[in-house]
Design a protein around this ligand. Structure first.
Ligand SMILES: [Fe+2]
Length: 288
């Protein structure tokens, strides 16, 4: 095929991928090509602009490493992660809603015992106690479910962004008891800016967008026979709930952290008064 017109080109390229044996890969690639070509036509992309885009993506990859995931950050900031979550996460009625995983998840965080805190530094922050159960769609207890949490410290930084924090600070996982109950301890999360010293920061500045995420605790809950739940618990008092830079807020995930000054309650939850308290059940959907 030579001397193609602009309109012939797209069809020829799509046809060239038609022998891809995996039908899903073939469908995804051919659709990607169709939409990318349409995008180039729509904005009449110049060669300088295309090269600027390639350099931008190159820098996004180059700044990424095992602790910094600028590619996920870019996907989050373009709303792609939120859209993938919306179109792929078919959560049945009644189950806890999912949201994006974000760029700061690190596999292999330490196991916590009942009521242990994931705060691994000295500090006088009021503790946040989260208690509740992991249950299935019919309210059945899910024993031995793993609840993994991660969040920023009070300076708005995750441990992997901040060398002054101890390793695994504010991340860890808990197991539920036979009745599905759990008791986890952390500190109240704060809103935080996503990192703006890389290509995603350039994008935010060029588009005059603020870099803030509303305060949240990340949670990933898994148990055999149930769908893995990746979600957040957002603080209802946060001013950024309606302008989350990564578009990940869902109303059903907003929670009230209540200040509890009862010494009796504190003793029951293995902490000291006053403490922030959140009673929260995670409801998992059945499935692999
Ligand atoms: Fe986060």
């Amino acid at each position: 095929m030579r001397n193609m017109t602009e309109n012939e080109l797209t069809g020829v390229v799509i046809e060239r991928y038609s022998n891809t044996p995996d039908p899903r890969l073939r469908a995804v690639l051919q659709s990607l090509i169709r939409h990318m070509h349409a995008f180039v036509r729509e904005v009449k992309l110049t060669e300088d602009e295309w090269m600027a885009g390639i350099h931008f993506l190159t820098r996004t990859g180059q700044i990424s490493d095992d602790k910094r995931q600028e590619m996920i950050l870019l996907s989050d900031n373009l709303g792609i992660s939120a859209l993938v979550n919306m179109v792929s996460a078919g959560v049945p009625e009644g189950a806890t809603e999912t949201t994006v995983i974000g760029p700061f998840y690190v596999p292999g965080s330490p196991e916590q015992q009942w009521g242990e805190s994931v705060l691994r530094r000295e500090g006088d922050e009021v503790p946040l106690v989260v208690h509740g159960r992991v249950i299935g769609p019919d309210g059945e207890a899910i024993p031995d479910a793993a609840i993994e949490i991660w969040q920023t410290d009070s300076n708005g930084m995750y441990d992997i962004q901040d060398s002054t924090q101890p390793a695994d600070n504010l991340r860890g996982w808990y197991r539920t008891r036979p009745d599905g109950s759990f008791l986890l301890k952390t500190i109240r999360p704060t809103s935080y800016p996503i990192p703006v010293d890389g290509p995603v920061g350039e994008l935010l500045r060029a588009t005059e967008r603020h870099p803030y995420r509303p305060a949240h605790v990340h949670a990933m809950v898994s148990a055999p026979g149930y769908q893995k739940l990746t979600t957040h618990l957002f603080d209802e008092e946060d001013p950024y709930l309606d302008s989350d830079v990564v578009f990940a807020v869902k109303s059903s995930l907003i929670r009230a952290f209540k200040l509890n000054e009862s010494h009796e309650d504190a003793q029951h939850w293995q902490t000291e008064a006053p403490f922030w308290e959140l009673e929260n059940d995670f409801v998992l959907a059945r499935g692999a």
